[in-house]
Design a protein around this ligand. Structure first.
Ligand code: PLP
Length: 379
């Protein structure tokens, strides 16, 4: 096949999103307003939760969840050692201690068998990550750490499910990202979901400076000239209505996006299963994968080259790849500040050193997928 150029990820945005941002621009209501509310309502409905609170990113969603839970100095939060760095950063930002738990390199998710030992009387929450769109084993987590509040880092998991229950409805809080590399995008953006009314109210207040009523309520209420009172010290984590308008359109395409990616993920699994050096995603029928990424693991004892050499060869042939994500405990800041060794979390170390994400997104066509398969087979 002729050489093609295939980026690791490319969002599907176009005419409909372009038209959607016109309304807030024309009315002049640019910050959180009717479009954000519509996006929140649709998101809550799709993920079968009572409350969805739009924020500026998954990182601020995670931060706000910790604040709403009252996590602070002296507390511990359990975080998988293999995830995007912000899952751990936000714990430090509220003054609590990060307690890493190793992951299972077969699923790239937290290993519940290692969880019980991590729980102490200071444990205030578990941040479990549904990495690359595959939900964590929630029953095993709840069994290993009974009663510990769970924050789902579902940044990659919009539309994914575990035993028929959508991500975001599985723990006490669910946090999602709308960064362009995720399943649906608003440029930047995030969402917190919860079924708890008290948390839902708290999150809404905290994301808006701690104001007791939102701008929208105040402007459309009987006395718009009365400024709200502030009972707590909050943040400005408001999503704009421009983003909300894009989110409404994108969310309408979520299931179609996932179905398409699931079809091509199945194609990859079928076509690549003969490569004995390449571990492909495996999971039981309990899981509906969101397929944010298709992440493989390279067995260098059987592979013709190292992981990095394979990534380089693919890049030369126009195929972008990436390591899945980081082992956070191996990043300079965490390794140096907390004196952690790479081998302290061997599962995360394996995932860090040998994972390879290959392109799977909704801007690829049949020839692109065939090209990736043929190129990988030819290595
Ligand atoms: C992308 C990602 C984040 C951060 O999302 P932002 O919206 O960019 O803040 C957090 N956790 C995981 C697992 C992610 O993949």
């Amino acid at each position: 096949m002729d050489k093609r150029n295939i980026p690791i990820s490319l969002p599907v945005t176009g005419e409909e999103e372009w038209q959607a941002v016109k309304e807030p621009l024309m009315t002049g209501w640019l910050t959180s307003g009717p479009k954000v509310r519509e996006f929140e309502n649709l998101f809550a409905e799709r993920h079968q939760v009572k409350h969805a609170i739009a924020v500026t990113s998954a990182t601020t969603a995670l931060h706000l969840s910790l604040v709403a839970l009252g996590v602070g100095p002296g507390d511990e939060v359990i975080v998988p050692a293999f995830t995007w760095v912000s899952t751990a950063n936000v714990v430090l930002q509220v003054g609590a201690a990060v307690v890493f738990c190793d992951i299972d390199p077969k699923t790239f998710n937290i290993d519940p068998t290692q969880l019980t030992d991590k729980v102490t009387d200071r444990t205030k929450a578990i941040m479990t990550v549904h990495l690359f769109g595959l939900c964590s084993d929630m029953d095993a987590i709840k069994e290993a750490a009974p009663g510990v509040p769970i924050i789902e880092d579902g940044a990659c998991a919009a539309g994914a499910a575990y035993k028929g229950i959508p991500a975001g409805a599985l723990g006490d809080f669910g946090c999602f990202s709308f960064h362009p590399r995720k399943s649906v995008t608003t440029g930047e953006g995030g969402m917190v979901t919860t079924n708890n009314d008290a948390y839902g109210e708290k999150l809404g207040i905290l994301r808006n400076h701690g104001a007791s009523v939102s701008e929208e309520q105040r402007h459309h209420g009987p006395r718009p000239y009365i400024l709200p009172d502030f009972d707590v010290s909050g943040y400005n984590y408001r999503m704009t209505d421009l983003q909300g308008a894009v989110g409404v359109v994108q969310l309408g395409k979520l299931d179609q996006f996932i179905n398409e990616r699931a079809k091509w993920a199945a194609y990859y699994k079928k076509e690549l299963s003969g490569l004995e050096w390449l571990q492909l995603p495996e999971f039981s029928a309990d899981y509906d994968h969101g397929w944010q990424s298709f992440v493989t693991l390279i067995d260098e004892t059987k592979a013709p080259y190292t992981r990095n050499e394979i990534m380089e060869k693919l890049q030369e042939r126009g195929i972008s790849t990436r390591p899945g994500t980081h082992a956070v405990h191996m990043l300079n800041f965490y390794a140096n500040t907390f004196d952690i060794k790479p081998g302290d979390y061997p599962g995360a170390q394996i995932a860090n050193d040998y994972s390879m994400s290959i392109p799977l997104h909704n801007r690829m066509n049949e020839l692109d997928f065939q090209y990736v398969v043929e190129t990988l087979k030819s290595i």
